[in-house]
Design a protein around this ligand. Structure first.
Ligand code: HEC
Length: 449
Protein backbone atom coordinates (compact mmCIF):
# COMPACT_ATOMS: atom_id res chain seq x y z
CA UNK A 1 0.00 0.00 0.00
CA UNK A 2 1.24 3.46 -0.83
CA UNK A 3 1.53 5.49 2.33
CA UNK A 4 1.41 9.24 2.50
CA UNK A 5 1.48 11.32 5.63
CA UNK A 6 -2.29 11.45 5.91
CA UNK A 7 -2.53 7.70 5.31
CA UNK A 8 0.07 7.17 7.99
CA UNK A 9 -1.79 9.30 10.52
CA UNK A 10 -5.04 7.53 9.75
CA UNK A 11 -3.40 4.10 9.96
CA UNK A 12 -1.84 5.04 13.28
CA UNK A 13 -5.32 5.85 14.54
CA UNK A 14 -4.41 9.48 15.07
CA UNK A 15 -6.83 10.91 12.54
CA UNK A 16 -5.88 14.04 10.68
CA UNK A 17 -4.23 16.91 12.48
CA UNK A 18 -6.27 20.11 12.50
CA UNK A 19 -5.54 21.97 9.30
CA UNK A 20 -3.87 18.99 7.68
CA UNK A 21 -7.14 17.31 6.71
CA UNK A 22 -8.14 17.13 3.09
CA UNK A 23 -7.41 15.79 -0.36
CA UNK A 24 -3.82 16.87 -0.99
CA UNK A 25 -1.20 14.15 -0.87
CA UNK A 26 1.60 15.85 1.07
CA UNK A 27 4.16 13.42 -0.32
CA UNK A 28 3.47 14.80 -3.82
CA UNK A 29 3.44 18.47 -2.88
CA UNK A 30 6.07 21.10 -2.20
CA UNK A 31 5.17 22.12 1.35
CA UNK A 32 5.72 25.89 1.73
CA UNK A 33 3.97 25.88 5.11
CA UNK A 34 2.30 22.89 6.76
CA UNK A 35 -0.07 25.03 8.82
CA UNK A 36 -1.49 27.48 7.71
CA UNK A 37 -1.44 25.11 4.76
CA UNK A 38 0.45 26.37 1.70
CA UNK A 39 1.12 23.50 -0.70
CA UNK A 40 2.59 23.87 -4.17
CA UNK A 41 2.21 21.60 -7.20
CA UNK A 42 5.51 20.36 -8.65
CA UNK A 43 6.27 21.20 -12.34
CA UNK A 44 5.37 17.73 -13.66
CA UNK A 45 1.75 18.63 -12.74
CA UNK A 46 1.70 20.79 -15.86
CA UNK A 47 1.36 17.63 -17.97
CA UNK A 48 -2.29 16.94 -17.06
CA UNK A 49 -5.19 18.97 -18.41
CA UNK A 50 -7.23 18.58 -15.23
CA UNK A 51 -5.15 18.78 -12.05
CA UNK A 52 -6.08 15.87 -9.75
CA UNK A 53 -7.32 16.78 -6.27
CA UNK A 54 -4.35 15.20 -4.52
CA UNK A 55 -1.94 17.45 -6.46
CA UNK A 56 -3.96 20.67 -6.48
CA UNK A 57 -2.15 23.58 -4.79
CA UNK A 58 -3.54 24.81 -1.48
CA UNK A 59 -3.27 28.37 -0.18
CA UNK A 60 -4.63 29.27 3.26
CA UNK A 61 -4.17 32.46 5.24
CA UNK A 62 -5.41 30.73 8.40
CA UNK A 63 -5.86 27.16 9.60
CA UNK A 64 -8.45 25.17 7.64
CA UNK A 65 -11.75 25.64 9.55
CA UNK A 66 -13.90 22.87 10.98
CA UNK A 67 -16.07 21.06 8.47
CA UNK A 68 -19.54 22.60 8.18
CA UNK A 69 -22.64 20.56 9.00
CA UNK A 70 -24.86 20.72 5.90
CA UNK A 71 -27.96 20.17 8.03
CA UNK A 72 -27.53 23.63 9.54
CA UNK A 73 -25.27 25.35 6.97
CA UNK A 74 -26.70 28.42 5.24
CA UNK A 75 -25.47 30.99 2.75
CA UNK A 76 -26.60 34.42 3.94
CA UNK A 77 -27.16 37.05 1.29
CA UNK A 78 -27.95 40.60 2.42
CA UNK A 79 -26.93 44.27 2.12
CA UNK A 80 -28.42 46.45 -0.61
CA UNK A 81 -30.86 43.82 -1.89
CA UNK A 82 -34.66 43.77 -2.09
CA UNK A 83 -35.01 40.51 -0.18
CA UNK A 84 -32.28 39.26 2.21
CA UNK A 85 -31.95 35.48 2.02
CA UNK A 86 -30.54 32.50 3.88
CA UNK A 87 -30.16 29.59 1.47
CA UNK A 88 -29.49 25.96 2.35
CA UNK A 89 -27.44 23.70 0.08
CA UNK A 90 -30.70 22.13 -1.13
CA UNK A 91 -32.02 25.60 -2.06
CA UNK A 92 -28.82 26.27 -4.03
CA UNK A 93 -28.96 22.94 -5.80
CA UNK A 94 -32.46 23.79 -7.11
CA UNK A 95 -30.84 26.47 -9.29
CA UNK A 96 -29.42 25.47 -12.70
CA UNK A 97 -26.25 23.42 -12.32
CA UNK A 98 -23.27 24.77 -14.24
CA UNK A 99 -19.86 23.24 -14.89
CA UNK A 100 -16.74 25.08 -15.96
CA UNK A 101 -13.04 24.22 -16.32
CA UNK A 102 -10.83 27.02 -15.11
CA UNK A 103 -7.36 27.74 -13.89
CA UNK A 104 -7.12 28.83 -10.26
CA UNK A 105 -3.88 30.73 -9.75
CA UNK A 106 -2.69 32.40 -6.59
CA UNK A 107 -1.82 36.09 -7.12
CA UNK A 108 1.56 35.37 -5.49
CA UNK A 109 2.52 32.50 -7.81
CA UNK A 110 6.17 33.10 -8.83
CA UNK A 111 6.86 35.49 -5.93
CA UNK A 112 10.16 33.74 -5.16
CA UNK A 113 11.60 34.90 -8.51
CA UNK A 114 11.32 38.63 -7.76
CA UNK A 115 14.56 40.53 -7.19
CA UNK A 116 14.81 42.20 -4.74
CA UNK A 117 12.93 39.58 -2.74
CA UNK A 118 9.59 40.46 -1.18
CA UNK A 119 7.91 39.00 1.90
CA UNK A 120 5.19 36.37 1.55
CA UNK A 121 4.87 32.68 0.73
CA UNK A 122 7.78 31.97 -1.61
CA UNK A 123 5.93 30.24 -4.44
CA UNK A 124 7.85 29.08 -7.51
CA UNK A 125 5.73 27.91 -10.46
CA UNK A 126 3.03 25.72 -8.98
CA UNK A 127 0.51 27.69 -6.93
CA UNK A 128 -1.83 27.14 -9.84
CA UNK A 129 -4.06 24.28 -11.00
CA UNK A 130 -6.70 23.59 -13.64
CA UNK A 131 -9.94 22.39 -12.03
CA UNK A 132 -13.41 21.34 -13.15
CA UNK A 133 -15.82 23.35 -11.01
CA UNK A 134 -19.52 22.62 -10.60
CA UNK A 135 -22.08 24.82 -8.91
CA UNK A 136 -24.53 27.60 -9.63
CA UNK A 137 -24.14 30.97 -11.28
CA UNK A 138 -23.60 33.69 -8.71
CA UNK A 139 -25.98 35.88 -10.71
CA UNK A 140 -28.82 33.33 -10.34
CA UNK A 141 -28.39 33.54 -6.56
CA UNK A 142 -28.24 37.33 -6.64
CA UNK A 143 -31.38 37.45 -8.80
CA UNK A 144 -33.30 35.63 -6.04
CA UNK A 145 -32.46 38.45 -3.64
CA UNK A 146 -32.76 41.26 -6.22
CA UNK A 147 -29.91 43.80 -6.37
CA UNK A 148 -30.77 47.42 -5.67
CA UNK A 149 -29.52 50.01 -8.18
CA UNK A 150 -26.88 51.26 -5.74
CA UNK A 151 -25.12 47.83 -5.58
CA UNK A 152 -21.40 48.12 -6.39
CA UNK A 153 -19.34 45.46 -4.61
CA UNK A 154 -20.02 42.11 -2.97
CA UNK A 155 -18.29 41.36 0.30
CA UNK A 156 -17.45 37.66 0.60
CA UNK A 157 -16.83 36.00 3.91
CA UNK A 158 -16.11 32.43 4.94
CA UNK A 159 -15.86 30.50 8.20
CA UNK A 160 -12.05 30.68 8.41
CA UNK A 161 -11.00 32.04 11.79
CA UNK A 162 -8.17 34.60 11.97
CA UNK A 163 -5.09 33.71 14.04
CA UNK A 164 -4.34 36.03 16.94
CA UNK A 165 -5.40 39.54 16.03
CA UNK A 166 -4.88 39.27 12.28
CA UNK A 167 -7.67 40.86 10.23
CA UNK A 168 -10.42 38.52 9.07
CA UNK A 169 -9.96 37.29 5.51
CA UNK A 170 -12.72 39.11 3.65
CA UNK A 171 -12.64 40.08 0.00
CA UNK A 172 -14.92 41.91 -2.38
CA UNK A 173 -15.60 41.42 -6.06
CA UNK A 174 -17.35 43.98 -8.23
CA UNK A 175 -21.06 43.50 -8.99
CA UNK A 176 -20.08 43.37 -12.66
CA UNK A 177 -17.81 40.34 -12.06
CA UNK A 178 -20.42 38.66 -9.84
CA UNK A 179 -23.03 39.00 -12.60
CA UNK A 180 -20.73 37.52 -15.24
CA UNK A 181 -22.37 34.23 -16.32
CA UNK A 182 -19.05 32.42 -15.74
CA UNK A 183 -18.74 33.49 -12.09
CA UNK A 184 -19.93 30.56 -9.98
CA UNK A 185 -20.55 29.46 -6.44
CA UNK A 186 -19.11 25.95 -6.63
CA UNK A 187 -19.94 22.92 -4.48
CA UNK A 188 -17.92 20.40 -6.49
CA UNK A 189 -14.37 20.17 -7.78
CA UNK A 190 -13.35 17.60 -10.43
CA UNK A 191 -16.73 15.88 -9.99
CA UNK A 192 -16.31 15.34 -6.26
CA UNK A 193 -17.58 17.18 -3.22
CA UNK A 194 -15.39 20.24 -2.64
CA UNK A 195 -12.49 19.11 -0.40
CA UNK A 196 -12.28 20.84 2.96
CA UNK A 197 -9.07 22.77 2.18
CA UNK A 198 -10.59 23.99 -1.09
CA UNK A 199 -13.57 25.53 0.69
CA UNK A 200 -16.22 22.91 1.49
CA UNK A 201 -19.14 23.32 1.12
CA UNK A 202 -19.08 26.39 -1.15
CA UNK A 203 -16.49 28.64 -2.75
CA UNK A 204 -16.47 31.46 -5.24
CA UNK A 205 -15.12 30.75 -8.73
CA UNK A 206 -14.11 34.02 -10.41
CA UNK A 207 -12.48 32.69 -13.60
CA UNK A 208 -9.83 34.85 -15.20
CA UNK A 209 -9.13 36.54 -11.87
CA UNK A 210 -6.39 35.54 -9.43
CA UNK A 211 -7.77 33.16 -6.83
CA UNK A 212 -7.47 35.53 -3.85
CA UNK A 213 -11.00 36.50 -4.99
CA UNK A 214 -12.17 32.86 -4.97
CA UNK A 215 -13.29 32.99 -1.33
CA UNK A 216 -13.54 29.57 0.34
CA UNK A 217 -15.90 28.22 3.03
CA UNK A 218 -18.39 30.90 1.92
CA UNK A 219 -21.27 31.61 4.30
CA UNK A 220 -22.01 35.29 3.75
CA UNK A 221 -22.29 37.59 0.73
CA UNK A 222 -23.12 41.19 1.56
CA UNK A 223 -23.97 43.55 -1.28
CA UNK A 224 -22.35 46.96 -0.70
CA UNK A 225 -23.01 50.37 -2.23
CA UNK A 226 -19.45 51.50 -1.38
CA UNK A 227 -15.87 50.26 -1.48
CA UNK A 228 -14.87 47.94 1.37
CA UNK A 229 -12.08 49.23 3.62
CA UNK A 230 -10.82 45.92 5.09
CA UNK A 231 -7.11 44.94 5.17
CA UNK A 232 -7.31 42.26 2.46
CA UNK A 233 -8.76 44.79 -0.01
CA UNK A 234 -7.13 48.07 1.00
CA UNK A 235 -3.60 46.88 1.95
CA UNK A 236 -3.04 43.34 0.68
CA UNK A 237 -3.57 42.13 -2.90
CA UNK A 238 -2.81 45.49 -4.48
CA UNK A 239 -0.20 46.27 -7.08
CA UNK A 240 1.08 49.48 -8.71
CA UNK A 241 -0.89 51.01 -11.59
CA UNK A 242 2.28 51.59 -13.59
CA UNK A 243 5.98 50.66 -13.60
CA UNK A 244 7.98 51.27 -10.40
CA UNK A 245 11.68 51.01 -9.51
CA UNK A 246 12.62 47.56 -8.14
CA UNK A 247 12.62 47.75 -4.34
CA UNK A 248 10.69 51.05 -4.25
CA UNK A 249 8.07 51.88 -1.63
CA UNK A 250 4.91 52.70 -3.57
CA UNK A 251 2.38 55.29 -2.41
CA UNK A 252 -0.93 53.53 -1.55
CA UNK A 253 -2.82 55.94 -3.86
CA UNK A 254 -0.82 54.47 -6.77
CA UNK A 255 -1.93 50.91 -6.00
CA UNK A 256 -4.97 49.09 -7.42
CA UNK A 257 -6.53 45.71 -6.57
CA UNK A 258 -5.19 42.60 -8.30
CA UNK A 259 -7.85 41.16 -10.61
CA UNK A 260 -6.94 39.66 -14.03
CA UNK A 261 -4.34 36.95 -14.44
CA UNK A 262 -1.48 37.50 -16.86
CA UNK A 263 -0.88 35.36 -19.94
CA UNK A 264 1.69 32.75 -18.95
CA UNK A 265 3.26 29.43 -19.86
CA UNK A 266 5.24 26.95 -17.81
CA UNK A 267 7.64 24.27 -18.98
CA UNK A 268 6.86 20.84 -17.48
CA UNK A 269 9.42 18.79 -19.39
CA UNK A 270 12.35 18.54 -19.52
CA UNK A 271 13.36 19.61 -16.01
CA UNK A 272 16.51 21.71 -15.65
CA UNK A 273 19.71 19.65 -15.51
CA UNK A 274 21.18 16.95 -17.66
CA UNK A 275 19.27 15.24 -20.45
CA UNK A 276 20.12 12.62 -23.00
CA UNK A 277 20.67 13.67 -26.62
CA UNK A 278 18.16 12.76 -29.30
CA UNK A 279 14.48 13.60 -29.50
CA UNK A 280 13.37 15.63 -26.49
CA UNK A 281 9.77 16.64 -25.91
CA UNK A 282 9.52 20.18 -24.56
CA UNK A 283 6.04 20.44 -23.06
CA UNK A 284 3.96 22.40 -20.62
CA UNK A 285 0.78 24.35 -20.02
CA UNK A 286 -0.26 27.92 -20.87
CA UNK A 287 -3.15 30.05 -19.65
CA UNK A 288 -4.49 33.57 -19.54
CA UNK A 289 -7.25 35.81 -18.16
CA UNK A 290 -10.22 34.76 -20.30
CA UNK A 291 -8.70 35.78 -23.64
CA UNK A 292 -7.61 32.25 -24.53
CA UNK A 293 -4.04 31.32 -25.39
CA UNK A 294 -3.74 31.20 -29.18
CA UNK A 295 -0.08 30.29 -29.52
CA UNK A 296 2.96 29.15 -27.62
CA UNK A 297 6.42 29.66 -29.08
CA UNK A 298 9.41 27.69 -27.93
CA UNK A 299 13.09 28.56 -28.10
CA UNK A 300 15.96 26.16 -27.49
CA UNK A 301 18.65 28.81 -27.87
CA UNK A 302 17.91 31.42 -25.23
CA UNK A 303 15.44 33.37 -27.36
CA UNK A 304 17.45 33.78 -30.58
CA UNK A 305 14.93 31.84 -32.65
CA UNK A 306 11.39 30.65 -31.85
CA UNK A 307 9.25 27.80 -33.16
CA UNK A 308 5.50 27.38 -32.76
CA UNK A 309 4.53 24.61 -30.31
CA UNK A 310 1.61 22.26 -30.97
CA UNK A 311 -1.46 23.07 -28.86
CA UNK A 312 -3.34 20.08 -27.42
CA UNK A 313 -7.02 19.66 -28.27
CA UNK A 314 -8.53 20.06 -24.78
CA UNK A 315 -9.55 23.66 -24.35
CA UNK A 316 -11.98 25.91 -22.56
CA UNK A 317 -12.01 29.68 -22.25
CA UNK A 318 -10.49 29.91 -18.75
CA UNK A 319 -8.64 26.59 -18.71
CA UNK A 320 -5.00 26.00 -19.39
CA UNK A 321 -3.92 24.59 -22.73
CA UNK A 322 -1.27 21.89 -22.89
CA UNK A 323 1.39 22.34 -25.54
CA UNK A 324 4.43 20.46 -26.81
CA UNK A 325 7.34 20.77 -29.18
CA UNK A 326 9.64 17.95 -30.30
CA UNK A 327 13.23 19.08 -30.31
CA UNK A 328 16.26 17.21 -31.64
CA UNK A 329 18.94 17.84 -29.05
CA UNK A 330 22.65 17.42 -29.71
CA UNK A 331 25.43 17.68 -27.13
CA UNK A 332 25.81 21.10 -25.55
CA UNK A 333 24.29 23.58 -23.12
CA UNK A 334 20.94 25.15 -23.94
CA UNK A 335 18.44 27.61 -22.50
CA UNK A 336 14.87 26.46 -23.18
CA UNK A 337 12.11 29.06 -23.19
CA UNK A 338 8.36 29.12 -23.87
CA UNK A 339 6.25 32.21 -24.54
CA UNK A 340 2.45 32.25 -24.70
CA UNK A 341 0.28 34.77 -26.58
CA UNK A 342 -3.47 35.21 -26.07
CA UNK A 343 -6.32 36.17 -28.40
CA UNK A 344 -6.02 39.80 -27.26
CA UNK A 345 -2.43 39.83 -28.57
CA UNK A 346 -0.91 39.94 -25.07
CA UNK A 347 2.29 38.02 -24.65
CA UNK A 348 4.77 37.28 -21.86
CA UNK A 349 7.59 39.74 -21.11
CA UNK A 350 11.20 38.57 -21.15
CA UNK A 351 11.91 40.65 -18.03
CA UNK A 352 9.35 41.01 -15.24
CA UNK A 353 8.31 44.44 -13.99
CA UNK A 354 8.80 44.46 -10.19
CA UNK A 355 5.98 45.09 -7.68
CA UNK A 356 6.19 45.36 -3.88
CA UNK A 357 4.17 42.23 -2.98
CA UNK A 358 5.42 40.00 -5.77
CA UNK A 359 2.13 39.44 -7.59
CA UNK A 360 1.29 38.03 -11.05
CA UNK A 361 4.74 36.86 -12.15
CA UNK A 362 4.62 35.92 -15.85
CA UNK A 363 8.08 36.49 -17.31
CA UNK A 364 9.18 33.91 -19.88
CA UNK A 365 10.64 30.94 -17.99
CA UNK A 366 14.19 29.80 -18.74
CA UNK A 367 15.19 26.19 -18.21
CA UNK A 368 18.91 25.45 -18.45
CA UNK A 369 19.77 21.98 -19.74
CA UNK A 370 22.95 20.17 -20.59
CA UNK A 371 22.59 17.60 -23.34
CA UNK A 372 25.00 14.69 -23.57
CA UNK A 373 25.13 11.13 -24.87
CA UNK A 374 24.56 9.70 -21.42
CA UNK A 375 21.87 10.31 -18.88
CA UNK A 376 22.97 11.89 -15.62
CA UNK A 377 20.71 12.00 -12.60
CA UNK A 378 20.67 15.34 -10.84
CA UNK A 379 20.31 15.49 -7.10
CA UNK A 380 18.38 18.12 -5.25
CA UNK A 381 19.40 19.36 -1.85
CA UNK A 382 17.02 21.04 0.51
CA UNK A 383 17.69 24.53 1.79
CA UNK A 384 19.97 24.25 4.80
CA UNK A 385 18.41 24.86 8.18
CA UNK A 386 19.42 28.05 9.92
CA UNK A 387 22.77 27.53 11.56
CA UNK A 388 22.27 30.28 14.13
CA UNK A 389 21.17 29.57 17.66
CA UNK A 390 17.60 30.73 18.28
CA UNK A 391 17.51 33.78 20.53
CA UNK A 392 15.67 34.20 23.82
CA UNK A 393 11.90 34.66 23.48
CA UNK A 394 11.87 33.71 19.79
CA UNK A 395 10.00 30.41 20.22
CA UNK A 396 7.26 32.03 22.29
CA UNK A 397 6.95 35.08 20.04
CA UNK A 398 7.28 33.55 16.61
CA UNK A 399 6.72 29.81 16.58
CA UNK A 400 3.27 29.50 18.13
CA UNK A 401 1.10 30.01 15.02
CA UNK A 402 3.40 28.57 12.34
CA UNK A 403 6.79 26.90 12.07
CA UNK A 404 10.13 28.32 10.98
CA UNK A 405 9.63 27.17 7.38
CA UNK A 406 7.59 30.36 7.03
CA UNK A 407 10.74 32.38 7.81
CA UNK A 408 13.28 30.14 6.07
CA UNK A 409 11.73 30.62 2.62
CA UNK A 410 11.94 34.43 2.88
CA UNK A 411 15.12 36.20 1.84
CA UNK A 412 14.66 39.64 3.30
CA UNK A 413 16.72 42.68 4.24
CA UNK A 414 16.88 43.84 7.90
CA UNK A 415 14.38 46.63 7.05
CA UNK A 416 11.96 44.10 5.55
CA UNK A 417 12.34 41.86 8.63
CA UNK A 418 11.59 44.86 10.82
CA UNK A 419 8.33 45.36 8.88
CA UNK A 420 7.45 41.64 9.17
CA UNK A 421 8.00 41.68 12.92
CA UNK A 422 5.74 44.75 13.19
CA UNK A 423 3.09 43.05 11.07
CA UNK A 424 3.19 39.90 13.21
CA UNK A 425 3.18 41.91 16.45
CA UNK A 426 0.04 43.60 15.11
CA UNK A 427 -1.43 40.14 14.54
CA UNK A 428 -0.73 39.07 18.13
CA UNK A 429 2.92 37.91 18.29
CA UNK A 430 3.99 38.60 21.88
CA UNK A 431 7.53 39.85 21.70
CA UNK A 432 9.17 41.32 24.81
CA UNK A 433 10.78 44.72 24.10
CA UNK A 434 14.11 43.48 25.49
CA UNK A 435 14.10 40.46 23.10
CA UNK A 436 13.17 42.34 19.93
CA UNK A 437 16.65 43.39 18.83
CA UNK A 438 18.16 39.91 19.16
CA UNK A 439 15.20 38.33 17.33
CA UNK A 440 15.51 40.84 14.50
CA UNK A 441 19.24 40.21 14.24
CA UNK A 442 18.66 36.47 14.18
CA UNK A 443 16.04 36.76 11.42
CA UNK A 444 18.20 39.14 9.38
CA UNK A 445 21.35 37.00 9.77
CA UNK A 446 19.65 33.67 9.11
CA UNK A 447 17.12 34.47 6.41
CA UNK A 448 18.62 37.34 4.44
CA UNK A 449 18.59 38.33 0.74
C1 HEC B 1 -0.80 35.14 16.06
C2 HEC B 1 -0.20 34.16 15.19
C3 HEC B 1 1.18 34.48 14.63
C4 HEC B 1 2.32 34.73 15.32
C5 HEC B 1 2.53 34.72 16.82
C6 HEC B 1 3.37 34.97 14.33
N1 HEC B 1 2.83 34.84 13.08
FE1 HEC B 1 3.84 35.00 11.32
N2 HEC B 1 2.13 34.60 10.31
C7 HEC B 1 0.90 34.32 10.86
C8 HEC B 1 -0.02 33.93 9.81
C9 HEC B 1 -1.48 33.56 10.00
C10 HEC B 1 0.69 34.00 8.61
C11 HEC B 1 0.18 33.67 7.20
C12 HEC B 1 -0.40 34.89 6.60
C13 HEC B 1 -0.90 34.67 5.21
O1 HEC B 1 -0.81 33.56 4.68
O2 HEC B 1 -1.35 35.66 4.64
C14 HEC B 1 2.04 34.42 8.95
C15 HEC B 1 3.04 34.63 8.01
C16 HEC B 1 4.33 34.98 8.31
C17 HEC B 1 5.37 35.25 7.32
C18 HEC B 1 5.17 35.17 5.80
C19 HEC B 1 5.04 36.55 5.20
C20 HEC B 1 3.70 37.18 5.47
O3 HEC B 1 3.72 38.33 5.94
O4 HEC B 1 2.64 36.56 5.23
C21 HEC B 1 6.50 35.56 8.02
C22 HEC B 1 7.84 35.94 7.42
C23 HEC B 1 6.19 35.50 9.43
N3 HEC B 1 4.87 35.14 9.56
C24 HEC B 1 7.10 35.76 10.43
C25 HEC B 1 6.78 35.76 11.80
C26 HEC B 1 7.69 36.18 12.85
C27 HEC B 1 9.11 36.65 12.62
C28 HEC B 1 7.01 36.07 14.02
C29 HEC B 1 7.51 36.47 15.41
C30 HEC B 1 7.79 37.89 15.57
C31 HEC B 1 5.66 35.57 13.70
N4 HEC B 1 5.57 35.41 12.35
C32 HEC B 1 4.67 35.31 14.64
C33 HEC B 1 0.59 34.34 12.19
C34 HEC B 1 1.50 34.55 13.22
Amino acid sequence: MKMNRRGFLAAAGLGALPGLAGGADLAKMIVRSPNPQDLEMSPDGFQAWITPLDRFFVRCHTYVPERADLATWKLKLDGVVNQPLALSMDDLKKLPRVELVSVAECAGNGRSFYQPHVAGTQWALGSVGNGRWTGVRFRDVLAKAGLKDSAKHILLDGTDVPLGTMPKFQRTITVEKALDPDTLLAYQMNGEELPQEHGFPLRVIAPGWASDSWVKWLTHAEVLDHEFEGFWMKTAYRHPKGPVQPGATVDPSEMIPVTDLNVKSVIATPAAGSIKSGRVRISGAAWSNGSPVTRVDVSANGGETWKAARLAKDRSRYAWRLWSYDWTASDGKYTLMARATNSAGQSQPLEQAWNPSGYLWNAVERVEVEVSGKEIISLYTDEPAAAQQQPQGYQAACLTCHDEGMMRQQHLTPAQWDREVNKMTGWGAKIKPEDREAILKYLSDSFSQ
